[in-house]
Write a protein that binds this ligand. Structure first.
Ligand SMILES: [Zn+2]
Length: 397
């Protein structure tokens, strides 16, 4: 059995800092702390998508609940329940739709002000802190400025840019920067943890460009591989304006299919776990009252799942765009004879052929069109409109 840090791929330095802090936190609990503490009340985890921001926050939260000196052994009850998301003192903030509202944040801050039930730490994990509304951010800031003695806030955002997190919140937090894990570290974890064959793992890790979860899906899921192939076929499909619009619809549908398959499994297992916990189908005394409460909880769960589906669709579309950008990058580095490896080794022939045909300037314009599309969607332009505009630019070059 591996410890709570095992899934943090290629993040040695960050793990060292967090380990020391968790050890220090455990000594604060036992009252045996000596000298300056490595522990603090507010942390920000930054890094590109798939680098493991939320994995790191969750692992740290688990180590804080670890019953063996905060080592994050991965074996004790504290570690298990925290990692599994059922520990009473580890709370997760879930965005309502695409943003985290002030009411959710206030409720959470209120609950976080109570003493931890087991005498260790209360951990509040905000997985998408870049989606806090301004008001929600202010509510959080107040809590971070005067934290209850045993409460820890763990915020995950892509970067510490003011667009992602307010400067005042940032100034109160210690930042743990995660890097894009190198392909060989991702390949190693796929082989060791998931039993993927080394050659498949190496290919998937390179194709996923450092996104651990995506690499795992590419290695194990034939449908995910097919959808990626469809995305990489886009450049050669763009033969006219009609084809551009077809390709745009196909790309968006592929993203929807990808996200549906990514969330379906979790949705089903969450629902059946909740139904079981609520004793669905019971007819004994009190069953009617229990069922009324159950209906509310099921409704909450469905709401959370819907908002997760929306986010997951955006994420899937973004990944498709990253794949596509990788193709144009491959064309450019082939053209410039740059001494770096291509991202998509399986379409190297196509990118080399395109390098023969296009100028460097037009290749760069195409790469920029993909990046502009990502930015537009990030700024809430309707995905269909942004993707259509991109396809037309990719075709024109
Ligand atoms: Zn433990």
């Amino acid at each position: 059995m591996s410890d709570v840090w095992a899934d943090l791929v290629g993040q040695g330095e960050a793990v060292e800092v967090l380990r020391r802090a968790a050890g220090s936190a455990a000594r604060i609990v036992t009252g045996t702390v000596t000298g300056p503490s490595a522990m603090t009340h507010a942390w920000i985890f930054t890094g590109p998508p798939g680098s493991g921001r939320s994995v790191a926050a969750r692992a740290f939260a688990a180590a804080l609940q670890c019953e063996r000196d905060g080592s994050g052994c991965g074996e004790c009850h504290g570690c298990h329940t925290a990692l599994g998301g059922t520990h009473a003192d580890v709370r997760f903030v879930v965005p309502d739709g695409l943003s985290i509202g002030v009411n959710e944040m206030r409720k959470l801050v209120l609950r976080a002000s109570s003493a931890p039930s087991n005498g260790r730490w209360q951990a509040v994990v905000v997985e998408d802190a870049d989606r806090l509304t301004e008001q929600a951010g202010n509510a959080l800031l107040k809590a971070i400025e005067e934290p209850p003695p045993r409460t820890v806030f763990l915020l995950c955002t892509p970067s510490t840019h003011p667009d992602d997190i307010s400067v005042t919140i940032r100034s109160r937090c210690r930042v743990i920067p995660l890097r894009q894990p190198p392909a060989d570290a991702v390949a190693e974890v796929l082989t060791r943890r998931d039993g993927v064959k080394p050659d498949v793992a190496a290919w998937a890790a390179a194709a996923a460009q450092g996104h651990v979860g995506r690499a795992k899906r590419l290695a194990g899921d034939a449908d995910a591989r097919k959808r990626r192939e469809a995305v990489l076929a886009v450049p050669r499909r763009l033969t006219g304006i009609g084809a551009c619009f077809d390709a745009a619809s196909a790309l968006i549908e592929a993203a929807e299919a990808e996200s549906a398959s990514a969330v379906a499994e979790t949705d089903t297992s969450e629902r059946s776990a909740l139904e079981q916990a609520l004793g669905a189908g019971g007819t004994g005394r009190g069953a009617a009252g229990a069922m009324r409460g159950a209906a509310g909880q099921l409704k909450d769960l469905e709401k959370r799942q819907r908002s997760r589906a929306t986010r997951s669709q955006r994420d899937a579309l973004d990944r498709a765009l990253v794949d596509l950008a990788g193709f144009y990058r491959d064309v450019l580095i082939t053209k410039l004879k740059a001494p770096v490896a291509v991202v998509h080794s399986d379409t190297a022939e196509q990118s080399a052929a395109a390098a023969e045909k296009w100028t460097s300037e037009s290749t760069l314009r195409r790469l920029e069109a993909v990046l502009a599309c990502r930015e537009a969607i990030d700024l809430n332009v309707k995905p269909k409109i942004a993707v259509e505009a991109m396809m037309v630019n990719l075709w024109r070059g």
